[in-house]
Structure formats: structure tokens, C-alpha cells
Design a protein around this ligand. Structure first.
Ligand code: 5AD
Ligand code: SF4
Length: 439
């Protein structure tokens, strides 16, 4: 019996899919490479923007025909979209061939739900439940990288964002659990660990034990052996000097910070409930660059938040030019039901949003190009991560700062650290050749 998982959205979902795969393999299913070959299809969904949601409904709709041809096919919808108010009911009425709907905190019910579905019993549960979110055998799919959750949920309630409603309040994992998982991964040969949380900097605030994110970084930084540690996502209001110091103190902790700014306008930041100003943000960037001169900083930015004027948008462009992000994920604001921004006045027309996102992308593209050009001729340590399938015998990997580099070698190099001389750059993409490798 085979399973196929459609994963939408962020790394959190990518990692949840590894847990789902582990549960299904425990039930004797094997991974397959197409929906047509599957006995169970899982949609691990995202609802951060409307476009994601529409795409997913389209894909769930397409199952109807498959299900007609194979009535034993089990269809599962889980993840953030199913946790939204009213969605489980909508699926029940409009997509009755879906067998299982589970919310973001209910993955532990998947095994039981599949057993029911095999007996043709539907299983819907989107109640927020308490469970140990790590009691799963995980089927990791991203060697030599491994994802490790450190906290779940979010307490920040940025006014545009649906995440706190679908992922619940912040819950940190005990530090010993995180450390044990990281140590096991290193023993298993993983070379890079990425700590995951909506806001990693508030790690530990909800725990009885007096631990902080900086303390966790110190504990992992001290571990023996050569590996890389990354983490995401940091909230600018919570990224403290002790975290910056911890990154600086350990060679294994990458000089790479994802620091979503969202907007460069103080008025928009206030309306977004981000709780920092552009001046605070610039100060933080200065502090980071002072301690970590080779840092790669990336960000998320949104255009078209309600009330965003031309001047507000110009402030965003100005910030992008000044901060010099190595890359930026740029989004058009999407109205999410249930969030405060949904009912704000002055929603921005689509044509204006479109024009702004085009200009923002062009602006960041210029910055990325500049940085890429300055890297040509230098040699960087790169962890070989996998094949670039567009080219023969070409692998890719990242520099410590997080930049993706392509170079010739074969798959036996995956998981090795190599030194790559950058020979040319086409905007976001770097090309180089291996000049030395670890023994
Ligand atoms: N519309 C557009 N982008 C959004 N994001 C979060 N909510 C929305 C929304 N309603 C973006 C933010 C966040 C990233 C993960 O997604 O930039 O940092
Ligand atoms: Fe959403 Fe803000 Fe929480 Fe990030 S910090 S998940 S943008 S509410």
C-alpha cells in the first residue's frame, strides 16, 4: 500500500509531513511518487494567503475522479487550512469524498483515523488538543538537513496573520527533548539542523524551567563534531544581544538570520501590531552586523497592507536598499477572515498591490545582484545538499550565510563540506567549482 503527501506552505508543514510519513509507514504504507499510485492521499495544507487556499481546494476537487476510479482510496486533509473556522464543515458538505479531516494539533489521531477510514468510517477532528507533539517516528526526507521543532504556535497576533488562530498559543518543548533529538540526529550523520518555531526567540518563556533561546543555542553550539545549526523564524522585537553573542561564539552556528520586517513604514508596522519601528529595526541590523560581519540576513515583506500609502511603500523600498538582504520573500497582502486587518478600512486595490510587488521584487533583485557580484572570486565553505535536476552532474548547497551555490560533482558528495570558488553569478544564483573538500 502506498501513500502520497501534498505539502503546502512553510517549513513547519514540511516537517509535519515527515511526521505524517512516519505514522503512515508505521501502518505499513510506503511512499510513492504520484497520486494515481496512492492508496492514501494526504493534503497537508496552508492558509496563510488566499492563493494557497484556492490552489488546495482545486487539488482536493481533482480527487473526486480518482476516488470514483478507486473507491478504497483514503483522502486526508490536515494542516492549517483545516483548522480554520468553518473549513471542516465546508469540506464535509462540498467535498464529501474526503475521509479524514484533522487539525494542526491532532496528528496523533491520524493512525486511528486511517484504521476507521479503512472500515469506511469518516473521521473529522479539528478540536485543539493537548498532546506530545514529538511522539512520532519521523520519516526524514531532507538529508543532510534535519528540521527540529523547538516551539509551536504564536502569541504575537500580527493583525494580518492567521497563524495564531490555526496553530494556537506558544508551546515550547523541554530543552532536554530538543537536545536529545539534535544529538541523535548528529549521531545519525545529519550535517545540518534547523530549529523551527514561529518565533524562536521566545523559546522557553512558557516553560517552568528557566531556559531561553540563547541558552539553547549555547547547549547545541557546545556539541562536538562538525555540523551546521540554523534557526527560523526570528521576530525583530525579540532578537536579543545574547542570541547574537551565541551565534558569534560558536563556529557551528551559522551566521544567517531570517528576520521578517514586513514593512518599512512606522505607521504600517503599528497597524500590523509588529511592536517595533523602522529605527528599532535598523539598530538591530547594526548590532547584528557589528557582531557578525559576514552574516546573511533574509526577510519577509508584504505590500498592500490596508491603508498603505505611496509614501509608506517608498519607506519599504528605502529600507530594503539600506538593509541589503541577501534575499527577501515578498508577498502581496491577502485578506484573512478572522484577523483584525480583514475589517480595516482602505483595503488596497489589486492593481496597486501588483504594481508595488513588481517594484519591490525589482528593488530586492538589484540588491541580491550586487551581493552576488561581490562574492565572485571568493571561496566559501558549502555543505553539499542535493542535485540540481536542471543540469547533469550538478549539485547545490549553501554557504554559511545561506546563499545557494551550484557546482559540478556527483551525488556521493551529498552531506560533505566542500570549499567552492564562486566563478559567476546570475542575480540570485551562484555558480562555482570545488577547490578542496573535507577528508
Ligand atoms: N498576507 C500576505 N502575506 C502574509 N504573511 C502572513 N500573513 C499574510 C497575509 N495575510 C507573510 C508574512 C510572514 C510570512 C510567513 O507570510 O510576511 O512573515
Ligand atoms: Fe504570524 Fe506574526 Fe506570529 Fe509570525 S509572529 S506567525 S507573522 S502572528
Amino acid at each position: 500500500m502506498n501513500y502520497f503527501i501534498h505539502t503546502y506552505g512553510c517549513q513547519m508543514n514540511v516537517h509535519d509531513s515527515e511526521k505524517i510519513a512516519g505514522i503512515l509507514e508505521g501502518l505499513a504504507y510506503s511512499a510513492c511518487d504520484s497520486v494515481e499510485k496512492a492508496d492514501i492521499v494526504v493534503f497537508n495544507t496552508c492558509c496563510i494567503r488566499e492563493t494557497a487556499e484556492q490552489k488546495i481546494y482545486g487539488h482536493i476537487g481533482a480527487l473526486k475522479k480518482l476516488k470514483r476510479n478507486n473507491p478504497n482510496l483514503i483522502a486526508v486533509v490536515c494542516g492549517c487550512m483545516s483548522q480554520q473556522e468553518g473549513v471542516a464543515d465546508k469540506i464535509k458538505s462540498s467535498y464529501p469524498y474526503v475521509d479524514i479531516v484533522l487539525g494542526t494539533t491532532n496528528l496523533n489521531l491520524l493512525e486511528r483515523a486511517v484504521v476507521d477510514a479503512r472500515k469506511k468510517k469518516k473521521y473529522y477532528n479539528v478540536d485543539f488538543l493537548q498532546y506530545s507533539e514529538e511522539d512520532f517516528n519521523q520519516t526524514r526526507t531532507s538529508f543532510p538537513n534535519a528540521w527540529v521543532n523547538i516551539n509551536y504556535g504564536c502569541n504575537n497576533f500580527c493583525t494580518y496573520c492567521i497563524v495564531p488562530y490555526v496553530r494556537g498559543r506558544e508551546r515550547s518543548r523541554p530543552m532536554s527533548d530538543v537536545l536529545n533529538e539534535v544529538k541523535q540526529l548528529l549521531r545519525d550523520g545529519y550535517k545540518e539542523v534547523t530549529l523551527l518555531g514561529q518565533n524562536v526567540n521566545s523559546y522557553g518563556h512558557d516553560l517552568q524551567e528557566p531556559v531561553t533561546f540563547a541558552m539553547l543555542l549555547h547547549e547545541i553550539g557546545k556539541l562536538e563534531g562538525k555540523f551546521r545549526l540554523r534557526f527560523m523564524t526570528s521576530h525583530p522585537k525579540d532578537l536579543s544581544q545574547d542570541v547574537i553573542d551565541a551565534i558569534a561564539a560558536y563556529p557551528n552556528i551559522c551566521d544567517n538570520i531570517h528576520l521578517p520586517v514586513q514593512s518599512g513604514s512606522n505607521e504600517i508596522l503599528r497597524k500590523m501590531n509588529r511592536r517595533y519601528t523602522r529605527e528599532n529595526y535598523f539598530e538591530l541590523i547594526d548590532k547584528i552586523r557589528k557582531s557578525l560581519p559576514h552574516v546573511g540576513i533574509t526577510t519577509d515583506i508584504m505590500v498592500g497592507f490596508p491603508g498603505e500609502t505611496d509614501d509608506d511603500f517608498e519607506d519599504t523600498l528605502d529600507l530594503v536598499r539600506r538593509v541589503k538582504y541577501s534575499s527577501a520573500f515578498c508577498f502581496v497582502y491577502s485578506r484573512r477572515k478572522g484577523t483584525p486587518a480583514y475589517s480595516m478600512d482602505n483595503q488596497i486595490p489589486y492593481a496597486v498591490k501588483k504594481e508595488r510587488i513588481t517594484r519591490l521584487l525589482a528593488c530586492q533583485n538589484e540588491v541580491t545582484k550586487e551581493i552576488s557580484k561581490s562574492m565572485v572570486g571568493n571561496t566559501y565553505e558549502v555543505l553539499v545538499e542535493g542535485a540540481n535536476f536542471h543540469y547533469q552532474n550538478t549539485m547545490c548547497g549553501r554557504t554559511e550565510s545561506g546563499r545557494l551555490v551550484n557546482f559540478k560533482c556527483d551525488e556521493t558528495y551529498i552531506g560533505k563540506f566542500v570549499s567552492v570558488l564562486i566563478e559567476r553569478a546570475s542575480s540570485a544564483t551562484l555558480w562555482g567549482r570545488i577547490v578542496s573538500e573535507e577528508k
